[in-house]
Write a protein that binds this ligand. Sequence first.
Ligand code: SAM
Length: 269
Amino acid sequence: MAEYLYQTRLAKWILEKRRRTRVNHILSEIDVWPRMNILDVGCGPNGRSFESYALEDCTITGIDILSPQDVKMEHPRFRYFQQDARDLSRFPSKSFDLAISIGMMEHICDRSVLEQIADEMIRVSRQWIIGVPWRYCCLEPHFKFPFFQFLPGSWQLALTRRLNLHNLGSTVQDDASWIKNHYQWLPGREWKSIFRADKARVSLLAGDLLVIGSDQRCPHGNLVNCPEAPCCNAAQSEQSSDRAKGKEKVLVAVPKRSRKDDLLYEDVG
Ligand SMILES: C[S@@+](CC[C@H](N)C(=O)[O-])C[C@H]1O[C@@H](n2cnc3c(N)ncnc32)[C@H](O)[C@@H]1O
């Protein structure tokens, strides 16, 4: 029933709007500048979470375990590598301005694998951000059942079998541990600790939990973009001119759309 409702035009329109809002929210939470070099970890086949809404002037490298024939992205500057996210050694350290992963981490239930992927994302990028379902969301987004994540395992199984939730009825019939092995709903502090609590913060948007981290620090040791740190704005201006030197273009700070004291960089070079 829920799967059927999600196929209606109204539901598709709402989902589309929600994805667009999520990408806008993500961009408002990080430092953004022209021609960013972005890594999308677990990009999936069709860019419906990020590439379809991302800025056209950025370059996006997608990695996934899918075969290249199955990945069809419309973004004009997209390239794809079939690659397990545990090993990003083909990319040098800090070679991306942003590493992003949407809707993948909640499926990696082996903690050591999760930590390997987090370490690699942090190694190759200056900023990183992941989006996972919020543990306390009312409607679990995969199974589309209220508070599914809090039900005992046996109830989750019975409901999935009986109502064919997420079209997984026959899958869980054959493998009773499928849900336990493929879905997890960790609290924000755990996600933060996996993605380096000292450098990360969390942000909520509707049913999504975003974990955002950055290596960029102001002279006082605070994270750039840290809402608690008034010194960060000054630091961002300094860093923008440093970055400008490296990229041979001039960047200036301009007021950011959504948060009063934050800055966004604009290319005037
Ligand atoms: C639910 S999909 C999300 C896809 C896309 N980010 C989106 O939001 O539409 C999760 C993706 O992660 C990929 N994935 C799972 N484990 C992976 C791994 N170890 N390395 C790279 N990709 C992986 C899967 O193949 C799948 O395409």
